[in-house]
Write a protein that binds this ligand. Sequence first.
Ligand SMILES: *Cc1c(COP(=O)(O)O)cnc(C)c1O
Length: 473
Amino acid sequence: MTDKHEVPRTMGQQAGRRSWAEPWKIKMVEPLHMTDRPTRDRAMAEAGYNTFLLRSADVYIDLLTDSGTNAMSDRQWAGMMVGDEAYAGSENFYRLESAVQQYYGYKYIVPTHQGRGAENLLSKTEIKPGQYVPGNMYFTTTRLHQELSGGTFVDVIIDEAHDPTNRAPFKGNIDIGKLDALLKEHGAEKIAYICLAATVNMAGGQPVSMANAKAVHEWGQKHGIKVYMDGTRAVENAFFIQEREPGYANKSIAAILKEFCGRTDGMTMSGKKDALVNIGGWVAVNDRDVFEELRNLVVVFEGLHTYGGLAGRDMEAMAIGITESVTDDHIRARIGQVRYLGGLLEEWGIPMMEPIGGHAIFLDAKRFYPQLKQDEFPAQTLAAQLYLDSGIRSMERGIVSAGRNAKTGDHYRPKLELTRLTIPRRVYTQAHMDVVAESVKAVYEQRESVKGLKMVYEPKYLRFFQARFEPIV
Ligand SMILES: *Cc1c(COP(=O)(O)O)cnc(C)c1O
């Protein structure tokens, strides 16, 4: 499949292949909380119509995020029991280091408590005030750390990524023409590095092709500019390369992942996503000098360079999680479940971001509620309506998440106004996905009577986490 081809619509399964059932069985269960409508009305009002402010006890199926919500395996739990809780030189650190070296391929690893810890260290090390940081669409914490280090984020993703109906196979790709334009305007010394996210969370979990990663890396080498990957979901990205890019169908996920990382100079990682743990992250690089600086800074912000804000047991669980995450069976079932949910919604004509990405279904709130202006927060409204209908928790990824331009004070107005149903790894069953799909359908059927929200409290940083709203009456 080339970039010209469209991704075919599928009903959860890949054409010609048999079912993707999970490569595990359930050993322990956690009871869920069912609530009634009056309870949800009260809980939503108390939470200021922000799903981040709900108590999880009031949530039935929690699709807020796939971050730190993973179910660990029996091996990982066993690994927790061999935590070497030494302040310095923990055995578990060395196992984590060698797992990252083996599967991601970088030379030097600094553990951090989660992804944003890694972003903080890399931004402080590699950005000088006044520099630009081109990236394939912003991510909330990533961009904020770049800005706090004096950098300015520049979006260089291909235009197709901003169109929720475009079915290109690699909508996460970087537009080299946009890099050229930035270089021409400011010069190479004004570009800190290129931030390459794989997959692109805010674009709907859309992948980057190997060919694009190669082209971006070669462009960077030509101009003396490094490429750092946001590798939070790079394993999921490898799955799409295997499925869609010529020459990769018979390569393993592990081999594709390593080749992809080889097209970059380092990475920041939120282990809470692909690495199948509840807490943890790292920053990894190949350059010795950059590593020295990261290792100096980690002591200030996270902890000693052999624990980086993590307990030994957390590092052990993450090392084991990495090895489980890169298996073909795991990732096929993981993305198969996301597609199963997406397939039902596609069949019912629900407007959403297409093609379906790796970790979530992104409902297109603009097409859901054409009667709402963007300042009436359509995606926030949709997240609230879904919760009120069934107790399902989703997340806004639109104007609230985009925040404000620090210089002008106005909202950033993203083209995409999305409500994200994020699927935790190894947590819910196919029957849960049916319940979710039916609730989305019910909310869609009531869409015409819905009015928007007004923001009544706005925090200074990353406002989507704590902002409060009231219904427009
Ligand atoms: C979650 C996430 C991060 C930040 O990681 P945390 O572990 O939440 O701090 C960075 N980039 C992307 C793409 C993410 O999804």
